[in-house]
Write a protein that binds this ligand. Structure first.
Ligand SMILES: *[C@@H]1O[C@H](CO)[C@@H](O)[C@H](O)[C@H]1NC(C)=O
Ligand SMILES: *[C@@H]1O[C@H](CO)[C@@H](O)[C@H](O)[C@H]1NC(C)=O
Ligand SMILES: *[C@@H]1O[C@H](CO)[C@@H](O)[C@H](O)[C@H]1NC(C)=O
Ligand SMILES: *[C@@H]1O[C@H](CO)[C@@H](O)[C@H](O)[C@H]1NC(C)=O
Ligand SMILES: *[C@@H]1O[C@H](CO)[C@@H](O)[C@H](O)[C@H]1NC(C)=O
Length: 342
């Protein structure tokens, strides 16, 4: 009799626990897709710690329908994606590894480089070097549009779709003025290197991709004295970007992409693939626009009128086919969506 009572009590406790967990999960999942935090248990309950950790661990790492950083879905992805690599060079993450440095130094054959650590130190005297991008949050659904420069954007009417994302990432010379209908008019992050720098709107974050030590010195110069006007090509003496809006791509992250994703195909990764993998690490949902050839098989920029095939594909330093295959694989496992020409 006593034993039976004990068992009933045990069953009751288990049922109660399951009920509580179901209610919790329901409330947590209720925030899906909205990107809005309707109910954040950490805010209302003091018993954070193990219980909340258990509840959140059975959930996905973000509140979108699918999250880019979810693992154990594709072995191919898990072998490549390594969340511990941080895309940005910051004050807290300011060391370029020896291994990366040896490789990176050869990319553009810099003859007499300044000491890299000194260059980084001087750069962070001018720009803040904080990292406000990487704060994964199970209650967040951060959508990103990575906008490439392909001519397949022409006549696509993707503008409003692109602008509806939380982040809109663009690269190099990409203009939006006059092309809003097809490419949108919102930009949150613009990837450039000194030789591809263009004027940016006030509230756009410039993401500098450095390929040599001089590029780090150029940032300092372009914000202060304006002494550097030439690298291997002319570069702007001055830039009109707020210091707080400047982010710097980490050379170690570039090397990670070259090693783990590209398996050393090409001499170094293109701005396109650097932006896509960056987005995988920073966003919860990633949509690609303006990647690939146009419907006639031409590889030109959307702002150019005479599509001469191969304009930006056969640059000699990047392996466009291999990079396209990576994008194809990411698409087939639903990590990204590619919006092609139409
Ligand atoms: C991820 O990168 C770190 C170094 O940043 C390394 O220690 C770790 O082993 C890597 N993880 C995998 C699964 O490759
Ligand atoms: C951007 O486009 C939207 C419509 O797509 C329009 O309402 C808005 O005024 C545009 N903004 C700028 C700065 O062009
Ligand atoms: C940036 O500023 C422009 C005009 O100042 C505004 O139309 C646009 O919505 C802003 N974009 C973002 C992402 O804040
Ligand atoms: C850079 O500046 C130097 C000295 O002011 C000048 O002689 C040179 O023509 C400039 N180069 C470019 C590419 O503007
Ligand atoms: C794409 O996926 C296929 C099948 O898993 C694999 O054989 C191939 O190596 C992958 N390509 C790249 C570039 O990773």
């Amino acid at each position: 009799m006593v034993a039976l009572k004990h068992r009933n009590l045990k069953l009751f406790t288990i049922a109660l626990a399951l009920f509580a967990i179901t209610i919790m999960s329901f409330l947590l999942n209720y925030t899906q897709n909205s990107g809005l935090v309707l109910w954040n248990p950490e805010k209302y309950f003091r018993f954070s710690g193990p219980f909340i950790r258990f509840i959140t661990s059975v959930r996905r790492p973000c509140s979108c329908e699918t999250c880019v950083s979810e693992t154990e879905i594709s072995q191919w992805f898990d072998e490549r994606f390594n969340y511990t690599f941080s895309p940005l060079l910051t004050k807290q993450n300011n060391v370029v590894s020896e291994n990366t440095y040896t490789w990176w130094m050869k990319l553009q054959g810099e003859k007499k480089p300044m000491d890299i650590n000194q260059a980084i130190e001087e750069m962070f005297k001018v720009i803040p070097g904080d990292n406000n991008l990487l704060n994964p949050n199970p209650y967040r659904c951060r959508t990103c549009a990575v906008v490439g420069n392909s001519g397949n954007l022409k006549g696509s009417d993707y503008g409003p779709d692109i602008d509806s994302h939380n982040f809109v990432l663009r690269m190099n010379h990409a203009p939006t003025a006059r092309f809003e209908k097809d490419v949108g008019n919102k930009t949150t992050h613009h990837f450039v290197y000194p030789e591809s720098m263009r004027d940016l709107r006030d509230n756009v974050s410039m993401v500098l991709i450095p390929f040599k030590t001089l590029d780090l010195q150029w940032i300092v110069s372009a914000l202060t004295t304006g002494t550097i006007n030439f690298t291997y090509a002319p570069v702007p003496r001055k830039i009109k970007v707020t210091k707080d809006q400047i982010l710097v791509y980490h050379p170690d992250f570039m090397k990670y992409i070259y090693d783990k994703w590209l398996f050393h195909h090409g001499r170094y990764p293109s701005t396109g693939i650097l932006s896509v993998i960056f987005a995988l690490h920073v966003c919860d949902q990633v949509d690609l626009y303006g990647f690939g050839a146009d419907s006639k098989g031409n590889w030109h920029h959307y702002w150019e009128n005479n599509p001469s095939a191969g304009a930006f594909r056969q640059t000699g330093v990047h392996d466009g086919d291999f990079e396209a295959e990576i994008i194809g694989n990411l698409t087939s496992i639903n990590k990204i969506k590619v919006y092609g020409g139409r």
